[in-house]
Design a protein. Structure first.
Length: 259
């Protein structure tokens, strides 16, 4: 069976009742306790005058037990709110910031700049962090509050010549940079293997294998006087590495030599 209470439009001065109850001082006022007192009083007032003692009324005992349950649940919930949380074992925000700064410093040491690609395969978190830093910097520039950037952190970034608002590369600049990147990869390949005959399906760098095939195709067009991305300067760069523009047919590209 369920205990149902019908509330009528009867105004009861609740403050004197609440103040008369001996609640611990550390417990804040909660309106659910007010309703508990009203429910209890309504249950008590519904008894007949001749059966007004809780000791003589099973209904009163039942209702009081329900109200007591409400109160106990309230006290338990309040104690849980007051119980201090154990210190987090995770890294603080400052630790995370310093870790990214160290990674950024290392990136600059290798690449000469702080323009970390958004999708940086070697350290994806660093790429996302750099994008986040730029977003927060824009907030600061607009006079808004930032939870990431402050004067000390801004100085750290400026000391690294961090580019807060990099310009988008032009279509031409994109291909110039990509050429330079592949040339550096080809240079490293030769240093490890003694030649530039990169296999088309080079497991360590599939893009480099495809690029070498593309370079030979563009070189043939250049030799025929057709439109090509190849230039005399690029031909000279490749020749300085001993690049084989026209490998003999039937001669498979050797794989990397074992070190």
């Amino acid at each position: 069976s369920h205990f149902c209470v019908s509330l009528s439009f009867v105004f009861i001065p609740i403050e004197p009742i609440i103040s008369s109850l001996s609640f611990p001082k550390r417990y804040p006022r909660d309106r659910s306790l007010d309703w508990m007192v009203i429910i209890t009083m309504n249950a008590h007032s519904s008894m007949e005058p001749t059966n007004n003692s809780k000791a003589e009324s099973p209904t009163w005992e039942k209702n009081f037990a329900l109200c007591r349950g409400v109160y106990d649940a309230y006290v338990k919930k309040t104690r849980q709110r007051e119980t201090p949380r154990p210190p987090s074992s995770g890294k603080s925000r400052e630790d995370v910031w310093e870790k990214h700064i160290r990674d950024l410093r290392e990136f600059k040491g290798k690449n000469g700049h702080c323009r970390v690609p958004r999708h940086y395969s070697e350290n994806p978190k660093l790429g996302r962090w750099v994008m986040n830093v730029r977003s927060h910097y824009q907030l600061v520039q607009k006079g808004k509050r930032s939870s990431l950037i402050n004067s000390d952190r801004l100085q750290q970034l400026e000391d690294l010549d961090f580019d807060f608002a990099p310009k988008k590369k032009s279509h031409t600049q994109y291909y110039v940079d990509r050429w330079a990147q592949h040339m550096e990869e080809l240079r490293q390949f030769k240093g490890q293997n003694g030649h530039c005959r990169v296999p088309q399906r080079f497991a360590d760098n599939k893009k480099l294998g495809g690029w070498v095939l593309y370079v030979r195709h563009q070189y043939r067009k250049f030799q025929l006087g057709q439109p090509s991305t190849m230039t005399r300067e690029r031909v000279e760069q490749l020749e300085s590495l001993g690049f084989d523009f026209a490998p003999r047919k039937g001669r498979p590209s050797p794989g990397p030599t074992e070190s």
